[in-house]
Design a protein around this ligand. Structure first.
Ligand SMILES: Cc1ncc(COP(=O)(O)O)c(C=O)c1O
Length: 342
């Protein structure tokens, strides 16, 4: 059976142009800094983000971990939102591998307020851990692809910087955020010390993420990447797809946003689901009270639709390159028939 894929934009397949670029890629040993395709991808990424340097990593999780290892020492405290990907979905790596101490603050659709941040900052005291990092996420995954504005990013970063903290931005879907805000992505990256983004989500590359920051930061991050076993050799084969992703796939993300709007509106119209208004390509949806989420997801699968649970009674729909208007229409009909059969 051919499935309609709404679990994640990570399920996007590489394009034909990516496969061709991968086959033809000039490569070398990237641990020696000698892979020309990786070097080209890192230079282009730094340029797009408006940072001095960038580093190619295997995944977004590894890029966030390497950022934390580079910014923090063991026992130091990281302030982050309680539903953030780093806190919620990365196996506790910030503690397990970096030895950092998380301070999760509950946000609204993934974003903490300047007041919350101010109140979380600790005065100097021998009893307290040293707080050294603030992590932000834009767009926010569990927040339903919610977007943090340039002004809010600047405000939060300024408070953190005044208190001597560094700021890391998990921008796995930062191009979706820039598109929704209609701003150059550099403006979202400018207030933060480091930014991570993924090539393997809506941009459709098969693997890979980028960490960008100052030259000094990236030099140390390169060492930390080696520490966690992330030094790849002829990685230009993957970077070649990343170059196509950056050069050709950013503009098309608006289609995913439009399809998310269509899907949310059609679902809402039926009146049975509670649907959060999408800001980009992720929609959070709640079943009517008392309905069995697992049975619902299985019903959908049997009818050819893949979706993913996000919490009690709630699931997530993520539009992506393989979803057009026809798939939106079919998905809505399957979601309703799966619900009616519960
Ligand atoms: C916001 C956010 N950060 C980080 C990641 C981790 O990326 P990866 O799956 O490449 O490890 C994801 C993945 O979905 C994400 O949504």
């Amino acid at each position: 059976m051919e499935f309609i894929e709404l679990r994640s934009d990570t399920c996007t397949l590489p394009t034909k142009e990516m496969r061709q670029a991968m086959a033809a890629a000039e490569v070398g040993d990237d641990v020696y800094g000698e892979d020309p395709t990786v070097n080209a991808l890192e230079e282009l990424s730094a340029d797009i983000m408006g940072k001095e340097a960038a580093l190619f990593l295997a995944s977004g999780t590894m890029a966030n971990l390497v950022a934390i290892l580079t910014h923090c020492r063991r026992g130091e405290e990281i302030i982050l939102e309680a539903d953030s990907h780093i806190y919620y979905y990365e196996c506790g790596g910030l503690s397990a591998l970096a030895g950092a101490f998380p301070r999760p603050l509950p946000g609204k659709r993934g974003f903490i307020s300047p007041e919350q941040l101010q109140q979380a900052l600790r005065p100097p005291d021998i009893h307290f851990p040293a707080t050294t990092l603030l992590c932000l996420e834009n767009t926010h995954n569990r927040g339903g692809g919610s977007v943090l504005s340039v002004e809010k990013t600047e405000e939060l970063a300024a408070i953190a910087h005044r208190a001597g903290l560094k700021v890391h931005l998990d921008g796995a879907r930062i191009f979706n955020a820039a598109l929704a805000l209609d701003v150059d992505v550099k403006k979202l990256a400018a207030p933060v010390d480091s930014v991570m983004f993924c090539l393997s989500k809506g941009l459709s590359a098969p693997a890979g993420s980028i960490l960008a920051g100052s030259r000094e930061f990236i030099e140390e991050a390169r060492r930390q990447r080696k520490l966690v076993g992330g030094g790849m050799r002829q990685a230009g084969i993957l970077a070649a797809a990343g170059l196509v992703a950056l050069n050709k796939m950013r503009e098309r993300l608006h289609e995913d946003h439009e399809h998310a709007q269509l899907l949310a509106a059609a679902l809402e119209e039926g009146g049975q689901f509670r649907v959060e208004k999408p800001e980009t390509n992720i929609i959070n949806v709640w079943l009517p009270a008392g309905k069995d989420l697992n049975a619902f997801i299985e019903n959908c699968r049997q009818k050819g639709l893949l979706i993913t649970a996000r919490g009690p009674g709630s699931f997530r729909l993520v539009t992506n390159r393989h979803i057009g208007k026809g798939e939106v229409k079919k998905a809505v009909s399957i979601l309703y028939s799966a619900l009616n059969e519960l």
